[in-house]
Design a protein. Structure first.
Length: 199
């Protein structure tokens, strides 16, 4: 691929006709954001890379169904988020089964040191960690809309496309999610998020 860099649409067209190198270029372009979305959607750093890789495989197989003229990145990120959520649900089922098994066995396992509360993190000067923990503890739809808009810095239109929501829904859910985040953090400064909101 010499000359000017190809647009995503051109690469998608080539990849859908069997050009593997075109799809490899799409993977290179979007791999970092895909892994970040997988982490934000699934909540597991250990699973994020695997989820993103599996999503790229699924997206490649689904290229014949990709709507011509649509933006590739939001379509891909929706597949990534879905794969990460499915893995999270599967892991949750495994964890519940393991907990039931341990309870049946009568073992009283210690939980280890509990993670510090958001308040303790703030007192320790770890505002960013407190913010990330608070976001991670939010409902999935709240966590994703905040993460897509501010952590990944996706434009509103791409956020809407990736989540499969109308733009108006993104605006209203984002507003409510930010309110819940402020309530959860209490005294923690949310200036980073609020600054991005007005940026």
């Amino acid at each position: 691929m010499e000359g000017r860099p190809l647009e995503d649409a051109e690469l998608v067209d080539r990849a859908s006709r069997g050009d593997v190198s075109a799809y490899e270029e799409l993977v290179r372009r979007h791999q970092r954001v895909a892994i970040r979305v997988a982490f934000l959607s699934g909540g597991s750093a250990a699973e994020a890379e695997d989820a993103a890789q599996e999503a790229f495989v699924k997206a490649f197989r689904a290229l014949p169904r990709f709507r011509s003229g649509a933006a590739f990145r939001p379509w891909l990120l929706a597949i990534v988020a879905n794969e990460a959520r499915n893995r999270r649900r599967a892991a949750g089922r495994r964890d519940r089964l393991a907990a039931r098994f341990a309870a049946v066995g009568g073992e009283d396992r210690p939980h280890g040191d509990a993670a510090p509360s958001p308040e303790e993190a703030v007192l320790a000067g770890e505002d960013r960690d407190a913010l990330l923990r608070a976001v991670s503890a939010m409902r999935p739809e709240d966590r994703l809309v905040i993460a897509y808009r501010y952590f990944l810095e996706l434009p509103e239109a791409e956020t809407a496309a990736a989540l499969g929501w109308p733009r108006g829904t993104v605006k209203s859910r984002l507003s409510r999610a930010l309110g819940r985040l402020r309530d959860a953090l209490g005294s923690v400064e949310t200036s980073d998020v609020e600054g991005a909101e007005h940026g």
